[in-house]
Design a protein. Structure first.
Length: 342
């Protein structure tokens, strides 16, 4: 049983559980905050939301920039709302590696869906996170479920070698391509192709012959890969989000795959929870190690940069004989170092 919350947090949770979208937005902001006190509050809030989550259909959407993900999501979202679903879209925008800023333009590209009372669109910056999702996408997904959204669509930054995290937090992974994809199969990473449950050639209205050729070539390419689910052969469909065609077929295929999963859906959700735990554990271990051994790490880094010590040897020394430092030595503005920072 979760510990009781202070009145403001309890009121926020109650409002979210009633389906208030403003409360949901506030909770996601709390989840995404890197302020230590906010993180502590977010963890406690999530404990109260977790029992109310897990009842949605989770769909991941990825594809190269320009393939029409936002338009596709808006048309699909409006179709689902018309069917009576409550739809949440978690859209991840790329962040500047220099400033960390993000345009968060997905909401402006889904203007109709974002103002629909049956939908919730939340853009979040990737903020340096690998995997195509934001740091707290999975937690945000759980919050959306607790708020009563029975379909959660997660849009990733775009196709790349690390664009696979979304496949490990959703039930169905949809990969969007375009009619020219047949000429770009080498540019689509094998890893993401192997994880796709449904491949959709979007923008089919541009060139029907190119669309058919891309569909055939993708089907051929997928046949050479080992399916990640023995009971399901990934489908290659076509659509035109601009004209609204093929959307019904895509959703029907998502539901068909969900039916094929059967009891396997529970196993998939359990694997998602395990991946969530492992991700948070790695993050916290790194943060704690950095906090306690920063001085020695900086010394080792300097020696590696000067060529006095190899990187493997430096890491070995740190792990074999770490010399902890006190928090006072770190100063109030100590910042993470290296590409592995959270």
């Amino acid at each position: 049983m979760p510990a009781p919350l202070e009145t403001p947090l309890q009121e926020l949770v109650n409002s979210l559980l009633e389906g208030n979208r403003r409360a949901l937005a506030k909770v996601i902001t709390l989840l995404e905050s890197q302020n230590p006190s906010h993180q502590e509050q977010a963890a406690r809030v999530l404990e109260h939301l977790l029992p109310h989550s897990g009842k949605s259909i989770r769909v991941g959407i990825s594809g190269a920039p320009g393939v029409g993900k936002s338009t596709f999501l808006e048309v699909l979202g409006m179709h689902l709302v018309a069917l009576g679903h409550k739809v949440a879209v978690l859209a991840v925008d790329p962040s500047s590696s220099r400033t960390g800023g993000s345009l968060l333009g997905d909401k402006t590209r889904m203007q109709t869906l974002s103002v629909n009372p049956g939908a919730f669109v939340r853009p979040s910056p990737a903020s340096g996170s690998l995997g195509g999702t934001a740091r707290r996408t999975f937690e945000s997904l759980l919050a959306c479920e607790a708020a009563g959204f029975d379909v959660v669509l997660v849009e990733t930054v775009g196709v790349g070698q690390s664009e696979t995290a979304v496949a490990h937090m959703t039930d169905t992974f949809v990969l969007l391509t375009h009619p020219g994809a047949g000429d770009e199969l080498q540019g689509i990473k094998r890893g993401i192709m192997e994880l796709a449950d449904v491949v959709v050639v979007n923008k089919a209205d541009l060139n029907s012959s190119s669309t058919r050729r891309a569909q055939a070539e993708l089907e051929s390419a997928l046949s050479l890969l080992t399916p990640h689910d023995a009971a399901w052969r990934p489908r290659v469909l076509t659509s035109s989000a601009q004209e609204g065609t093929g959307i019904v077929e895509v959703w029907d295929t998502v539901l068909e795959y969900r039916g094929v999963l059967g009891n396997g859906l529970l196993e998939k959700r359990q694997a998602q929870s395990a991946a969530w735990f492992e991700t948070l554990l790695r993050e916290q271990v790194w943060n704690r190690f950095l906090l306690e051994h920063r001085t020695q790490m900086m010394d080792s880094l300097e020696r590696v940069q000067k060529g006095d010590l190899s990187a493997p040897r430096a890491v070995e020394e740190l792990l074999d004989d770490p010399k902890p430092v006190t928090r006072d030595c770190l100063g109030p503005t100590a910042a993470p170092i290296g590409p592995g920072r959270p």
